[in-house]
Every structure is written in structure tokens, then in C-alpha cells.
Design a protein around this ligand. Structure first.
Ligand code: SAH
Length: 352
């Protein structure tokens, strides 16, 4: 049986007509589902009992469950979202500095095929793509969790498990529902899609006319270093992904974020900082330096470490001197393995 998160306006209209009801009910049904927190389906008072009964027999409220929940000392909440086939993905809610807001981080795939050596999500390879509905339900859970904390989910990043641009069609369909004013109502501008750099998909996203934020996981200014830690660099090297990022910025008008996971002795030298500053000349992107969060051994057997704080500051200073807006990301939720790169594949059985 399908869940209501599987539908957009057109497909729900189609189903209603097929069942012999007015397709105009679709808007009410979706508005109520997304408008209530937690979501409601089918709407109690708005529809006749016959339609409600028919809907309940054909579509269910949710297709996923919250199979586990971890709360960090810093207020970050990590949810283990259980899928129908026994798989699970992780979603994270981070209370913002503003007391009334929170940011969410969601997954786009079970596992990941990209193989980045310093990221826990890569270790088991890719199991499967998430459906649009499974992605949407993570957003709904995080929005509800934020509400329970007296906060509003104000932004959402696709920086959980998986490579969103390797599951582009479902990610686009989910964004459509999450952003739509009559559905999730988050707005494009509050959504960030992070990618290892799949060039044709970046161009497709730019052409899709949904001006979400793009984050590019660069991690090294030179191909030799990047290929060592990000195998996809062999397919789309530094110059090509930066070219795509520039096109994205000029087509959408959105500032691109460059993500740079700092690994001691690998990509944190001051020479590499200068190289990065040169590479970015004339491209007013923002740089996020992410000190590596521990994950144990990478696929290659290497155990990465984060540089000490002084090195990170020196690195950042070189970029800032070259007029690049540079932030150092503070780890959130690392005590419950909810920080960047620590999300990994588990099954619901693992927490039972
Ligand atoms: N596949 C996408 C989205 C998921 S990763 C991408 O590559 O962008 C989200 C961010 O977490 C990326 O910038 C990634 O480089 C970073 N990251 C991965 N492993 C990390 C780790 N162990 N410590 C800190 N950041 C990490």
C-alpha cells in the first residue's frame, strides 16, 4: 500500500478520479497532511465518510517509523528512520543558535556508492535509493521534533547518508513536496543539496529552476590529493566540478558553498590553503571547513585525524585573506555519532 508522502498533487488527483471521487479533494488532503504537525491523514472533518474510508483502505499515513532516537549533550537529535524493507537511515535535528529555530539533515540513499575514504556512510557501499516519500517523511519527523522543542524547522540539508545527485529524480520530487507552499512550505531557499560533484546532475539541478543552495564537497584543491580521498574525482576532477559549480551559481544566482573536510597531514597544509585560495579566485563561493569527525578506519584502512585547532585557523586565515568568506564548522552531535560523516548504514534490527 502506498503512503500519502508518495503523492504529489497530480498523482493524488489521478487516484481520486480513479476511485470515483472529485479530484479537487486532492488539494485539501495534501494541505491537511502537510499542514498539521504531526501530519494528519485522512482529514477528519473535511471529507465525507465514504471518501475517508476509501482513502484509508488505499493509502496509509506513514510508510516509515522512528526506530531509534539518540540525544546529544549539545541538543542534537539523531533519528533512526526504519524503512518497510527492514533497512534504516539516519536523520539529524540541530537546534540553531536562535532559540526558536532548528536545522535538519536528511539522507537520500541507504548507504552510498561514492566511496569517500573519510566518511562512514561509504563503508558498506550502496544498498538502495530512497523513494521521494521516504525522504519527505524524514523532513516531517524532523519538523515534528523541532516543534516538540518549541522550535521551527527553518532549513534542511541533504548531507545525511548517500549522494543526493546519484538519486536525483527522487530527491527533486521530494524537494518539490517539502518546499511547496501548499505542502511542506519550507521554500527552495532554505534547502541545501550537498554533492561530491556529479557534473551532469549539477547541470540538471541548475536547469530544474528550483534555486536550492548547492554545497560542493571539494576537500582538496589538487587532483592528486582529491583522488586519494574522493574516488569520484577520477570521473569528475577538480576543474570540472568547479566549472559546474560556477555555472550553477551564475544560472541560479545562489552562492555555492564549498565543503572542505580537514584531514591532518592530507589536505591541511598551508600550501594547499594557498592553492585553494588561487583556485577560487573570481568565484565568490563560501568555504566551510569541517574538521574531520572520527569514524575509525576508512575503506583503504587509513584512520584519518582532524588537524589541531591552530592549523585549522591558519588555513582559514589564508582563505579569508584572499577575500573568501570562510566558516569553520563546529561539530554537533559527535557524542552520539550524529556529526558530519558519521551517519552510517544500520538496520532496525541493530537497535531492537
Ligand atoms: N554525498 C554528499 C552528501 C553527504 S556528506 C556529499 O558528498 O556532499 C555531507 C558532508 O559531510 C560532506 O561535505 C562530507 O564531505 C562531510 N563529511 C564526510 N565525512 C566526514 C567526516 N568524517 N568528518 C567531517 N565531515 C565529513
Amino acid at each position: 500500500m502506498q503512503a500519502i508522502s508518495d503523492f504529489d498533487l497530480d498523482s493524488l488527483k489521478g487516484l481520486l478520479s480513479q476511485l470515483g471521487f472529485k479530484s479537487s479533494h486532492a488539494r485539501t488532503i495534501l494541505r491537511t497532511f502537510y499542514g498539521e504537525n504531526p501530519p494528519v491523514f485522512p482529514p477528519e472533518s473535511l471529507l465525507g465518510w465514504r471518501l475517508r474510508e476509501k482513502l484509508s483502505g488505499n493509502i496509509k499515513l506513514m510508510q516509515t517509523t522512528i526506530a531509534g532516537q539518540h540525544r546529544s549533550a549539545d541538543g542534537t537529535i539523531k533519528l533512526l528512520v526504519g524503512l518497510l524493507d527492514g533497512q534504516a537511515v539516519e536523520s539529524v535535528l540541530m537546534p540553531a543558535f536562535r532559540p526558536d529555530r532548528a536545522a535538519g539533515c536528511i539522507s537520500s540513499q541507504v548507504g552510498c556508492a561514492m566511496g569517500c575514504d573519510f566518511c562512514a556512510s561509504a563503508r558498506g557501499g550502496l544498498t538502495r535509493n530512497l523513494t521521494a516519500g521516504e525522504i519527505v517523511e524524514q523532513f516531517l519527523y524532523l519538523r515534528n521534533q523541532a516543534g516538540l522543542l518549541g522550535r521551527r524547522l527553518a532549513s534542511l540539508v541533504f548531507m545525511g547518508m548517500g549522494e543526493p545527485l546519484h538519486n536525483l529524480a527522487n530527491v527533486l520530487a521530494a524537494i518539490e513536496r517539502i518546499a511547496h507552499p501548499e505542502m511542506g512550505n519550507l521554500g527552495w531557499r532554505h534547502i541545501t543539496v550537498s554533492t561530491v560533484g556529479i557534473v551532469p546532475a549539477i547541470d540538471t539541478l541548475a536547469a530544474a529552476k528550483i534555486p536550492v543552495h548547492l554545497a560542493l564537497s571539494l576537500h582538496a584543491p589538487d587532483d592528486a590529493t582529491r583522488t586519494r580521498i574522493v574516488p569520484m574525482n577520477r570521473r569528475w576532477p577538480v576543474a570540472e566540478i568547479l566549472g559546474a559549480a560556477r555555472r550553477y551559481q551564475s544560472i541560479t544566482g545562489r552562492i555555492v558553498n564549498i565543503e572542505y573536510c580537514m584531514l591532518a597531514g592530507v589536505n591541511d597544509s598551508l600550501d594547499q590553503a594557498n592553492l585553494l585560495a588561487n583556485l577560487m579566485r573570481g568565484f565568490p563561493a563560501h568555504v566551510n571547513l569541517i574538521p574531520h569527525n572520527p569514524i575509525g578506519l576508512g575503506i583503504s584502512g587509513v584512520e584519518y585525524r582532524r588537524p589541531d585547532a591552530t592549523r585549522v585557523e591558519h588555513f582559514a586565515a589564508i582563505l579569508r585573506k584572499a577575500d573568501l568568506v570562510t566558516h569553520v564548522r563546529i561539530a554537533r552531535g559527535d557524542d552520539v555519532a550524529a556529526a558530519c560523516g558519521q551517519l552510517r548504514e544500520t538496520t532496525t534490527a541493530a537497535v531492537a
